[in-house]
Design a protein around this ligand. Sequence first.
Ligand code: AMP
Length: 442
Amino acid sequence: MSFASLGLADPLLQALATLGYTTPTPVQREAIPLVLKGRDLMAAAQTGTGKTAGFALPLLQRLATEGRAAASNAVRALVLVPTRELAEQVNESFRAYGQHLALRSYAVYGGVSINPQMMKLRKGLDVVVATPGRLLDLHRQNAVKFGQVETLVLDEADRMLDLGFAKELNAIFAALPRRRQTLLFSATFSDAIRSLAGGILADPAVIEASPPNTAARTVKQQVVTVDKKRKPELFCHLLKRRRWGQVLVFVKTRKGVEQLVATLLAQGIAADAIHGDKPQAGRLRALERFKAAEVQVLVATDVAARGLDIDDLPLVVNFDLPIVAEDYIHRIGRTGRAGNRGEALSLVCADEVNLLGAIENLTRQTFQRGEEAGFEPDHRVPPTGPAGQVLSKPKKSKPAKAGGRGAGKGVPGNWVGFDAPAAGAGRRGRQRPGKPAKAGPR
Ligand code: AMP
């Protein structure tokens, strides 16, 4: 199936050809014709499935062919996203896909000066990609008017709720015109999402591009058990022994992120951090350096890393398991994107057994576990059952195991419990929407 057969017009097809997109992904095949028809949509789609193009392409087409130009401070399509990084990324996609259309799009988010955003909004915009808090600020200051909004998109709606944006979202919904098209994208369909959808969608078409709560099938997922205090050492050991290429690493806390980066830098490994305490410019710079392969290891917290689109990342490491099980699905969605193979490795200590159980329960699988020789945990991680329940309490017992830390000496550097994956995974080049030619004013 081609993009042309989905009803997309030439300027969009040309942009897709330039970007090297030849075949629509499943979510694009389903979403594009429905959005072109003006239907409301409730779509279960993880990051990496091509969902952004699934809504951006038909939206651009509708904006180019229907409706009237945006008046001063008005906006015709609003895309709400949970994080600043995702706002930039989605805006970049709109610009790339719309490079042959005279439409204007822009991203607004907090943590940076509001004045340039107010200036930009003055002439009116076709597409505004926004985080909810900053959008409300702008609205309260009359810098943005909602009267002309034709379409509302909620991207990663589950994450917006997780981040506590429910109040802001409701305030935005209340200020929007009632007659509009609304598209909701979410990696998971929780009860909270269903109830949100019930209030804002009108007779929506429901798409489940990937079964909800199921991690991408193309991602090989493994767990290696280890004592908590030895995680940094094990990480550095695996990085070298398995000759990892670029790695995105998730750590629970900001402090933990900084500590791991310091450890890596001290060992001469190019590493950088993304977390909420870091100014926006520093976060973007870290991401750019990682994308340019100047940095081998990017260490991030969940909030900051949400929505990052890094082409074909071969490996994601969960240095700590996430507190919220759904975050696991988002984390590993950074690899195995758009049908490519990826690998997700979690370093799990005894304290984390309940988190592991919850993730296994959510993803309906029991992970393959292994130990790295020389790093066998003194505090064993109790088994988790097929439904993810913990079968016995974590043992807080003293180590004193024969051989203890050196137990794996007979098989130095060997991976116990599952096959050693291919070493030297580098980045495979696939194209992400490039920097677009500037869209001219209407
Ligand atoms: P998304 O799930 O929207 O974050 O997209 C994931 C990645 O897949 C991005 O790098 C897109 O540029 C890329 N992509 C999306 N659709 C296609 C397609 N039909 N063909 C090739 N790459 C695509």
